[in-house]
Structures are given as structure tokens and as C-alpha cells.
Write a protein that binds this ligand. Structure first.
Ligand SMILES: [Zn+2]
Length: 166
């Protein structure tokens, strides 16, 4: 039987994860949040991201989102199929959704949502909230108020022969 620790030492994932954790630690030293992420394709770094929420006053500027946005720009496509997202910490629901929209092939993380929760971040609480009925949420209250023309944009889209599917 092979030694799992020996296997792990050879694992290319670890090198990228350590680099993502380094980005997170550097960001803290620079006054930012403790999160870093790297997008890799074919064993090469495509892009990286660090948490910019407080610097940019952008609640969506999570490290993974930053890395995914930069990967799209670097590759010249919104389709990130075949890429791996390495994150210093388990992606929150926002970042997992960004990976879904980007068609990221794998997501690998170092610390988990419980580590994040211990440091005061809401990742774990948000995952728990998402598992409950939205009607029971106190914030945000999510309400459907259907308008007469609500489906019109989709009809226009379906009729547009030149549409770029994603
Ligand atoms: Zn996130």
C-alpha cells in the first residue's frame, strides 16, 4: 500500500495551494482580507486574486471572484472549462457560484469554512442559510413580484440569431 503522505508530497495541488495561502497572508500584511486564489490551466498559472472587499468597497471582491475575473480577461473568454481554481479557503456560496458560471473544472481549497467562521467570516452561516427555505430568511428578504413584461428579455434573447450562448 502506498503511503498517502508521500503521495501528497508529490501532489501538484499542494504547490498551488501553498501559493494561494501565501497570497492570502500577503494580503493581510497589506491590510486586506485573509484570502487568496489562483486559476491554473494545464499546470500553468492563468491568474491570481486576493480579497479586495475593504480596499475597493466591493462586497463581491472575494479572492476567487477576482481570480476568475482576471482569468477571463487573460484567456479572452468567459468559458473557463479545463481550469482549476485553488483557494486558500473553502469558497463561499458566491465564489462557488462564480466557479459554476465559469465552468471551472475543479475547485481545491486549503482551510475550510469552519476556519473562516472561527475568524469571523460568514461562509458557514451562508451555507446553512442556503439550505433553508428562502421564505424563512430575514435578510435579504427575497420576493417575486412578476411584471407583465417579465419574460420579454428572454423572448428577445431566444429570437436573437446572433446571441452568444453562455
Ligand atoms: Zn467568496
Amino acid at each position: 500500500m502506498s503511503d498517502p503522505s508521500a503521495h501528497a508530497a508529490d501532489d501538484g495541488d499542494l504547490r498551488w495551494l501553498e501559493a494561494a495561502v501565501d497570497l492570502a497572508a500577503q494580503n493581510v500584511r497589506a491590510g486586506g482580507g485573509p484570502f487568496g486564489a489562483i486559476v491554473v490551466r494545464n499546470g500553468r498559472r492563468v491568474s491570481s486574486g486576493q480579497n479586495r472587499v475593504t480596499r475597493d468597497n466591493d462586497p463581491t471582491a472575494h479572492a476567487e471572484v477576482e481570480a476568475i475575473r482576471a482569468a477571463g480577461r487573460a484567456l479572452g473568454t468567459f468559458d473557463l472549462s479545463g481550469t482549476v481554481l485553488y483557494s486558500s479557503c473553502e469558497p463561499c456560496p458566491l465564489c462557488i457560484s462564480a466557479a459554476l458560471w465559469g465552468r471551472v473544472e475543479r475547485v481545491v481549497f486549503a482551510a475550510n469554512k469552519h476556519d473562516a467562521a472561527a475568524a469571523g467570516f460568514d461562509d458557514s452561516a451562508f451555507y446553512e442559510l442556503l439550505a433553508t427555505d428562502r421564505a424563512s430568511w430575514s435578510m435579504p428578504r427575497v420576493e417575486e413580484r412578476r411584471t407583465a413584461d417579465a419574460a420579454e428579455p428572454f423572448l428577445l434573447w431566444a429570437r436573437d440569431e446572433g446571441r452568444i450562448r453562455y
